[in-house]
Design a binder for this molecule. Structure first.
Ligand code: UDP
Length: 321
């Protein structure tokens, strides 16, 4: 991502969802790389705590705005990262229409701004585009198995639409676009009560409550530590890869095994209890990262044992507040 031609000014990056879990970590990385960062967020699921450490940084600006309404920025913009969306199943079931608007109108607005400014555009897409996959592990050329009218469809289809619109802007207007398909990610700044399995189990264990495994816990996920994910996204942003790229950690675990690991790591955790499996819950999920390895020279580095200890430390502090 070179500095802007003809000037020595810092590159300007807009991050929609810039106060969220991933958007805020991306902002940290871009600032460290010498960018000016404008974070746009309506704080529905993001939080000012995630960006409070930039309060006195002249290179950081926060705008409280919903991206499903027209977005603008008065100056030059070099890069747009579209991360705004509710992202946990719990949140997007609570906010189904906002989720669809962030993925459809929000993506349209962000692409329109990229076009108007001549900026590059990176879409935060998701492994959910593969739905309940019939191909395992998931490669980028797999088209997926999504129920469009199920409760998860609001997120999955919004992201699939976002990908289609992004490719349309690339083909029709020559916008320099990138698409990252983000697999399950964990780390500090997840919300304790966002319903996702990592904060759910850690929060329950820290409070001595039972760990709620949905179904028999035989379903699998593959968890990537946030710093690895952000590094993959940064490399993608610097590349000229326009096809989607999976970024995630291929280390697969069943949810039951994951619950057992958390119970071992947190003394005083309650027992495992089983609750009904949510509708359309994917049975397996594991990224094939051959493309990221080959195109970006990227693979995850942080061992689960390290990442989970960092994450538990973060939630311990949150619970103590
Ligand atoms: N899950 C669970 N207990 C919880 C929360 C989630 O067993 O308290 C399961 C959920 O059914 C899914 C997996 O953990 O199979 C991951 O769920 P999450 O909400 O983190 O994200 P997903 O990968 O489904 O988008």
């Amino acid at each position: 991502m070179p500095a802007s031609p003809a000037t020595s000014r810092k590159p300007v990056s807009i991050i929609t969802g810039g106060a969220g879990f991933l958007g805020s970590h991306l902002g940290d990385r871009l600032l460290a790389e010498g960018h000016r960062v404008v974070a746009i967020d309506n704080l529905v699921t993001g939080g000012l705590d995630n960006i409070a450490h930039h309060a006195d940084d002249p290179d950081f600006e926060f705008i409280d705005q919903d991206v499903s309404r027209f977005i603008d920025w008065p100056g030059e913009v070099d890069h747009i990262f579209h991360f705004a969306s509710p992202a946990s199943p719990f949140d997007y079931l609570e906010l189904p229409i906002q989720t669809m608007k962030a993925g459809s109108l929000g993506t349209h607005n962000a692409l329109g701004l990229a076009r108007a400014k001549g900026a590059s555009f990176l879409l935060a897409s998701t492994s959910e585009v593969y739905g309940d996959p019939l191909v395992h592990p998931q490669r980028e050329d797999y088209w997926g198995n999504v129920n469009p009218i199920g409760p998860r469809g609001v997120y999955d289809e919004a992201k699939r639409f976002s990908e289609a619109l992004t490719m349309a802007y690339h083909r029709a207007h020559g916008i320099d676009t990138k698409i990252v398909r983000i697999f399950n990610t964990y780390g500090p700044r997840m919300r304790l009560h966002d319903g996702r399995v990592v904060p759910a189990f850690i929060g329950q264990a820290l409070e001595g409550k039972p760990l709620t495994v949905f179904g028999d816990g035989g379903q699998t996920r593959s968890f990537c530590y946030v710093s690895d994910l952000i590094d993959g996204i940064y490399r993608l942003s610097q590349s000229d890869c326009h096809e989607p790229v999976n970024i995630g950690n291929p280390r697969e675990t069943t949810i039951l095994q994951f619950a057992e690991r958390i119970r071992k790591l947190i003394p005083g955790a309650g027992p495992i209890v089983h609750e009904p499996l949510p509708e359309d819950d994917p049975k397996v999920r594991q990224p094939d990262i051959s493309r990221a390895k080959e195109w970006l020279g990227w693979e995850p580095r942080v061992p689960f044992e390290e990442g989970i200890v960092e994450t538990i430390g973060y939630f311990r502090k949150k619970c103590a507040k």
